[in-house]
Write a protein that binds this ligand. Structure first.
Ligand SMILES: [Zn+2]
Length: 534
């Protein structure tokens, strides 16, 4: 089992994990063994007693690779001097940011202020902590981020929205050939500098303006560099099947590997479509399309209230629209009403982040807000968007747990939070954020632990996501892999974070080791951040 000829007994390891049941991450039955760690790497695992400077007794506990959250929005958390521990406490050691077409790079001098506006309307945390003026490309981002100590390892996708804004600002027309050429060249540079892939936000501006040709040309670059493209699809409700077919078409035309972001079925009338969706994925896979999905294990989504406005209601500068929301026609108000109902109805939409001097609506339903304001629900949406300058977030109870569970059991998917690394208190005034940022991984394990073998459950949050996103030397217990390790008690594991009270850490995650260092010990974080940029 050794990578060199040196005998284990001659080595004093920096850290030894003893007597734990090892789940390797890949297809191999779990086994009780000791692990020897030297510096930031796993050196050996063995039945023999290992000598070490530090020990963790993992008797009656599972020892597995640190969890990999490939759908993360912690782009700003890394730059914060606050203790953003919500992922680490779940056993997550690696996050992949830049999802849903949104990110903090690349940009160009001409469009830097446009990128700042884009970030402002899509992030929970104030972005002013980021030295945006110094960041043009992924390489600049790494240089700046290196000044910070990171709670988790951080990988990045290129937000296709950022890429388009860098070349075209918020223009609502389709891109010219010259603009497509500029975008693909800029993308090549990001891949050469180490970005893991690209993400599209086809539901958000300016991603919704991208033409088929533009998307396919971008995906040809993804194929050329053997990366992955994640898609926040155009429609996750009534037209979900068509939306899946759309991205399968892009993959067929380009040969690129694709991943569906936060797969879910919205709107009650579509509940029960999970099986049909899995069938269409199977058909695509049989035809050679390299497709996967990520999902979070909750029956509610969370995003900006913008999604309730009809597409194309505004084109160009979102901020100008917010500043002076025009009087809207009856037809448009009707569209907003329809969207409210597709996302669960006013009583099932809960404002998660809206606090001004006048009102604190956090935790109130849209229905309740409309009663307080004495406005219709549609008018209340516009009021909240305007008063929050576009930053208002809401939680939408529009999913069926049966569909969620059907997806959870599928071999095509991995589990990811779609959330942020947040502090365990609320210094950012986040209100009542979605509990997925605090509980996704323990909740997933708890939901499935009596239904699937533990090896399979862990594979979907370790080795499998690492393979899809080509994260090297992580996600498995193997010699010479980075020592990112999560140690948990299967009987105790569960999430405690709720929609009413999200800032709670889960139970059962005992110890977390990040690049060889113990960061969480007996469920408490130590004051030593050790994340790498990957
Ligand atoms: Zn998304």
């Amino acid at each position: 089992m050794n990578i060199s000829s040196t005998n284990n007994s001659e080595i004093i390891f920096d850290l030894v994990i003893e007597n734990g049941t090892i789940i390797f991450g890949y297809n191999r039955p779990s086994q009780i063994l000791n692990i020897g760690i030297l510096k930031d790497k796993i050196y050996t695992f063995s039945k023999e007693t290992l000598r070490g400077k530090n020990f963790i007794d993992a008797k009656n506990l599972y020892v597995c690779p640190g969890f990999i959250d490939i759908h993360s929005h912690s782009d700003i958390s890394g730059f914060s001097n606050k203790n953003c521990l919500s992922k680490l406490y779940q056993g997550v050691t690696t996050e992949v940011n830049g999802n849903c077409g949104i990110g903090i790079f690349p940009t160009t001098q001409e469009n830097r202020t446009n990128l700042a506006k884009y970030i402002q309307t899509h992030s929970d945390i104030n972005y002013h902590s980021i030295p945006l003026e110094k960041i043009n490309t992924f390489s600049d981002l790494k240089t700046e981020l290196n000044r910070y100590k990171l709670n988790t390892n951080q990988g990045y996708l290129v937000g296709a929205g950022c890429l388009r804004i860098a070349i075209m600002g918020f223009k609502s027309r389709i891109a010219t050939d010259e603009e497509i050429y500029k975008m693909t060249s800029l993308l090549e540079k990001q891949f050469e500098e180490g970005a893991l892939g690209i993400s599209f936000g086809l539901v958000y501006q300016p991603g919704n303006f991208m033409s088929k040709k533009e998307i396919i040309e971008i995906l040809k670059v993804v194929k050329k560099y053997d990366k992955v493209a994640s898609f926040h699809m155009r429609d996750e409700g009534d037209k979900i099947i068509e939306s899946i077919e759309e991205i399968i078409f892009y993959s067929k035309m380009s040969g690129a590997k694709i991943n569906i972001s936060h797969l879910k079925v919205m709107n009650k009338k579509n509940w029960g479509k999970a099986e049909e969706i899995l069938k269409s994925l199977k058909t695509a896979k049989n035809m050679g399309v390299d497709i996967s999905f990520d999902q979070y294990p909750y029956n509610a989504t969370c995003t900006n209230l913008f999604v309730l406005l009809p597409q194309n209601i505004f084109s160009g500068d979102i901020n100008l629209f917010i500043k002076d929301i025009p009087t809207l026609s009856e037809n448009i108000l009707k569209e907003i009403w329809k969207n409210i109902n597709k996302r669960g109805g006013g009583k099932n939409i809960s404002i998660s982040n809206f606090c001004t001097n006048l009102f604190n609506f956090n935790g109130f339903s849209l229905y309740e807000v409309s009663k307080i304001l004495n406005l219709s629900e549609e008018e209340s949406v516009l009021y909240l968007i305007k008063e929050s300058e576009g930053s208002v977030q809401a939680i939408y109870f529009s999913l069926d747990m049966k569909d969620v569970k059907t997806f959870l059991k599928s071999d095509y998917g991995v589990i990811a939070s779609d959330g942020n690394s947040f502090p365990m208190t609320d210094p950012f005034n986040l209100g009542t954020p979605h509990p997925r940022s605090f509980g996704t991984f323990p909740r997933y394990i708890d939901l499935l632990k009596n239904e699937l073998p533990i090896e399979k459950i862990i594979n979907r949050i370790t080795s499998k996501p690492a393979k899809i996103f080509r994260i090297s030397n992580r996600g498995e217990i193997r010699e010479n892999y980075f020592a990112d390790i999560t140690i948990f008690n299967l009987d105790e594991i569960k999430d405690n974070s709720t929609f009413e009270n999200p800032f709670l850490k889960p139970s059962g995650i005992k110890h977390v080791i990040l690049n060889g260092k113990i960061i969480v010990c007996n469920s408490s974080a130590l004051d030593s951040k050790n994340g790498y940029i990957i």
